[in-house]
Design a binder for this molecule. Structure first.
Ligand SMILES: Nc1nc2c(ncn2[C@@H]2O[C@H](COP(=O)(O)OP(=O)(O)OP(=O)(O)O)[C@@H](O)[C@H]2O)c(=O)[nH]1
Ligand SMILES: [Mg+2]
Length: 670
């Protein structure tokens, strides 16, 4: 059977979990419909999700439509959990983007849509909640065309919008207007259709149009739009038909080398690490040796394949399928299983967290357990980036927002029995190199025997390796790019299996070294080039390269200098028109920059850019300034350099630039 891995994505509360539940029910995978409000759905299975009525972790549920098996991946919509969505994007064959017929296109909607486009995931749109008062399918379709894609094609019409009896009537061959809209949209990318359309529209058979619609949907050129009500089960059959007809299950060669990706990690009740794997090629079974994350090999102890209810349980994972896999050792979310899946260089990077908070155990004797528990949570969500500084022995975590902070607090309490307090949330800055910096350390060698590459008898290099690195500024948003320009004979193959493994390892060391820059913040938007390296077999160890990377890169960075940059928020404010002047005055006081302003029908809309650190003040004062009617939506608005008085962050240990203190600290750590 073919398998389609289908993501359900949307702004918070648009109805993803309700739609997932309804699809499962309509397809016959479950025999009654659970509800988010009663905490009884399949995919909101964590206690916290059920109590709060929001999705926190992605979850997989399977059903069958025709001869297609579908793995639905329900994702969280709250912006605090965007990282969870990012991890799923790379394993999808298709997506349904859910949009509320009342609220329409919301701040997360274009963000998600753009990410799906960037990595080429074919996307259907489902306009949900047509039964709710205020539902306006026409307005929402217009907004979709304006803000997401002009190639959004309605697949039917809505009757009685905004009422309980709202219904969806799919278009058929007899709907002349629909036929010509489809033909016109497809003609943009298909010359044959264009010619037929211009010659005589009537000659274009409906069957041919539907076929081409599927082709262009799969190519991500058009986006069919369905309407309905997940809560009432309206429009679900049509969406199921659309999924079957318009999307396509991936194909992969079961005989090829194993290639998969881990998109979620959880701990079983017995504390075992469970990896959710999507396979792209090869065949994976228990006790078969596979490489994990480009590093060591592991032998899974069990492989449980997701399959529609009623299908026999299988422990043999084939291309296109998903499974939970145990026994993969220190597997991390995002790891490749076997060879890395091709074409995944383009990741759907969302911005990283811009906030952080110190976490303190209420009972000081639980400090050790708190660190261990946060370490486990970081396996599931590496972006929380648990840090401990060696001076005050404080642990801090990176955060997207207050809801995530509450969820971490509640998880620590319930799952680990640790009551913890968060100290006030502060912003996380970044550093960008200001200029180009280079540094090198040459290996110390009293004699020349057994040395590869350059060496010097005068060298004071404390490590048994040679390394030269250069760091230079790169474009905003480019992250850290690592390149190597060294002769293959300089690669210590007795330490690393292949030159590629060595380079991957060096890239990891570079990323590790850049987690704390000159002012203690993560360094990004730079190009790092390795221009020389060398070793003395068999004395040199991987640890020598790791330490040396920290030393050489920090020295290069010191020569380059850095700009500390702080996170900005892009704000969309809506308020009664008479409140606008007060809100604008406050924005001015806070140093915000107004980017747009518009008033109509007694409502004012203001767009602005403000430092993330100051958004809290605005949130706090907005209700008072707007008679409680102000609405504030925010999204990440990039980083902006801070000139004078840039804040510094406490490093986790001494800087490699204070060489003696750093070496003493390293030797103490072992
Ligand atoms: N009237 C109406 N309400 C709906 C419909 N679909 C969902 N809802 C309600 O909308 C609210 C949010 O639904 P969810 O399914 O939790 O939305 P979600 O997108 O999964 O939310 P997050 O996962 O937290 O982002 C719940 O109260 C649902 O009962 C619908 O078709 N009509
Ligand atoms: Mg949900």
């Amino acid at each position: 059977m073919r398998t389609l891995d289908l993501g359900i994505l949307a702004h918070v509360d648009a109805g993803k979990t309700t739609l997932t539940e309804r699809l499962l029910f309509t397809a016959g995978a479950i025999d009654h419909v659970g509800s988010v409000d009663a905490g009884t759905t399949q995919t909101d299975s964590l206690d916290l999700e059920r109590e709060r009525g929001i999705t926190i972790r992605s979850a997989v549920a399977s059903f069958r439509v025709g001869d297609l098996a579908v793995n639905l991946v329900d994702t969280p919509g709250h912006p605090d959990f965007i990282a969870e969505v990012e991890r799923v994007l790379g394993v999808l064959d298709g997506a349904v983007l859910v949009i509320s017929a009342v609220e329409g296109v919301q701040p997360q909607t274009p963000l998600l849509f753009r990410a799906l486009r960037r990595i080429g995931v074919p996307t259907l749109i489902f306009v949900n909640k047509i039964d709710r008062t205020g539902a306006d399918p026409e307005r929402v379709l217009a907004a979709i065309r304006r803000r997401l894609s002009p190639a959004a094609l309605p697949m039917g019409r809505v009757d009685d919008a905004g009422r309980h009896e709202a219904s969806f009537i799919p278009f058929g061959p007899e709907d002349v207007v629909h036929r010509s809209t489809v033909a016109e949209t497809l003609a943009d990318h298909d010359d044959a259709i264009l010619r037929a359309f211009v010659r005589d529209e009537g000659t274009l058979g409906y069957g041919r149009l539907r076929e081409q619609l599927a082709v262009q949907t799969r190519a991500g050129l058009v986006h069919p739009v369905f309407f309905g009500s997940a809560a009432r089960g309206v429009g679900i059959d049509a969406l199921l038909t659309g999924i079957d007809e318009l999307l396509r299950a991936a194909r992969g060669d079961p005989e090829a080398e194993v290639s998969g990706r881990v998109f979620k990690i959880e701990r079983s009740t017995s504390g075992e690490r469970v990896a959710y794997v999507r396979l792209f090629a090869g065949t994976l079974r228990a006790r078969q040796r596979v490489r994990v994350g480009g590093g060591d090999d592991a032998k899974p102890t069990s492989v449980q394949v997701f399959a529609p209810a009623g299908a026999p349980r299988r422990d043999l994972l084939l291309p296109g399928e998903m499974a939970t896999v145990r026994g993969l050792g220190a597997v991390r979310v995002g790891d490749a299983i076997g060879v890395p899946p091709p074409g995944q260089e383009v990741t759907a990077r969302f911005p990283r967290p811009t906030l952080e908070a110190v976490v303190l155990p209420i009972r000081p004797e639980q400090a050790g357990s708190l660190r261990a528990a946060l370490g486990q949570l970081a396996e599931q969500d590496p972006l929380i980036d648990v840090r401990q500084d060696d001076h005050r022995h404080e642990i801090s975590v990176s955060l997207y927002g207050e809801v995530q902070k509450e969820v971490i607090g509640a998880t620590l309490e319930r799952e680990y029995g640790i009551a913890a307090d968060f100290r006030e949330t502060t912003v996380v800055c970044i550093e960008r190199p200001a200029h180009v910096g280079e540094a090198e350390e040459v290996i110390y060698a009293p004699t020349k025997t057994n040395i590869t590459g350059r060496s010097s008898p005068q060298s004071t290099n404390p490590f048994r390796a040679t390394l030269a690195l250069r760091i230079e500024p790169a474009s905003v948003g480019s992250g850290v790019v690592f390149r190597a320009d060294v002769e293959p004979r300089l690669v210590p193959l007795y330490l690393f299996k292949t030159p590629d493994v060595f380079l991957k390892q060096m890239e990891d060391f570079v990323n590790e070294a850049l987690t704390e820059g000159l002012a203690g913040w993560r360094v990004t938007d730079c190009l790092v080039t390795m221009s020389d390296c060398g070793y003395a077999s068999p004395l040199t160890s991987a640890a020598d390269f790791r330490r040396l990377t920290q030393l050489v890169l920090m020295t290069a960075l010191d020569r380059a200098g850095t700009w500390v940059c702080e996170p900005m928020a892009e704000l969309a404010l809506e308020m009664p028109a008479e409140a606008a002047s007060g809100v604008l005055a406050l924005l001015g006081q806070l140093g915000g920059r107004v980017t747009s302003q518009f008033s109509a029908n007694g409502i004012s809309k203001v767009g602005a850019v403000l430092q993330v650190a100051r958004v809290r003040t605005l949130q706090y004062r907005l209700p008072g300034l707007s008679m409680g009617e102000g609405i504030l939506e925010q999204r990440f608005g990039g980083y902006q350099p801070i000139g004078e008085d840039a804040p510094r962050r406490q490093r986790s240990g001494p800087s490699p630039l204070e060489r003696d203190a750093w070496l003493a600290w390293l030797s103490k750590r072992g």
